[in-house]
Design a protein around this ligand. Sequence first.
Ligand code: FAD
Length: 296
Amino acid sequence: MPRPFEPAVDCPTSLAEAYSLLEPSADGRVRPIAGGTDLMVQITGELGEPPERVVDLWRLDELRGIREDGDALVLGALTTYTELRRSPLIARHLPVLAEVAATIGAAQIQNRGTLGGNIANASPAGDTLPLLLAADAEIVLGGPRGERSVPASEFFPAYRRTARADDELVLRVRIPLRADRQVRFRKVGTRRAQAISKVVVALSWSTDGGVGSTASARSWTHVRLALGSVAPTPIRALKTEAALEGAIPTREVGDLAAATLEDEIQPIDDVRSTADYRRAVAGRVLHRLIRDEGEW
Ligand SMILES: Cc1cc2nc3c(=O)[nH]c(=O)nc-3n(C[C@H](O)[C@H](O)[C@H](O)COP(=O)(O)OP(=O)(O)OC[C@H]3O[C@@H](n4cnc5c(N)ncnc54)[C@H](O)[C@@H]3O)c2cc1C
């Protein structure tokens, strides 16, 4: 049975005030709350101890906004999925992120759920996380000791753990922009809306330029392949990346990459899917993505 929940709620209006309310080593007793779409589910006490106090981030304008900063796209932690879907900057520079946002929950969740919440919640099924890994994103944390940047690939050290200390906030995400980079994303769930992922795949690469050659005949460089829901954390599939690095997206390369990936990942059986299904689907999704680019 859900327990009655009446935590104290603080509503800071500046980052300094927010940091002072977040206690170091609070061990989950004091928690930030953004859209609340994860935290309010956990707050019943059915999924571990609920917090005693929550620090509401919604008034912190420093955590809002989507902007270009030199050769990077910067997304405030409070950016909602609806904002990602509607942003002209995202449409121009990283439309795949709007695609990801469109797969999350349904309209109510997209209006309220935030990118920072998805990151800090650190679910292995968090749908934005593989894309952040594949796009070489940096997570910017802020706290009483100042700001620091952590590569997304180092942000999730263990199941539902992050590099964030209790008294730090996710402030923003910085995604480097590369003119020649392609990024693709696929989510496999039970249905198209309101489904927790069984497998998420994000793939990015650059091409060697090959003037005059068609995209399907150019070799891939800077390959990144990241997956969700196949391990305790979102992961990069480094062996499969190595198999794709420098390759042209031919059928043989697709076959090899899919087989390498199926061998590389070690998913588990759980209520949403089986390990065998996840392994096979991850390989098939990657194969399809490569086939689409190789046009075979
Ligand atoms: C019906 C439903 C459907 C859903 N569908 C999906 C889905 O398809 N895909 C998916 O990935 N997720 C899904 N979710 C989960 C959730 O909506 C997302 O993870 C969302 O991005 C969480 O953001 P939030 O702002 O609501 O986070 P909150 O619930 O406010 O917080 C989540 C966690 O992050 C911490 N936190 C939040 N913001 C910060 C910050 N700036 N700095 C530090 N810590 C912070 C909180 O303390 C908490 O631990 C779904 C949830 C529901 C209820």
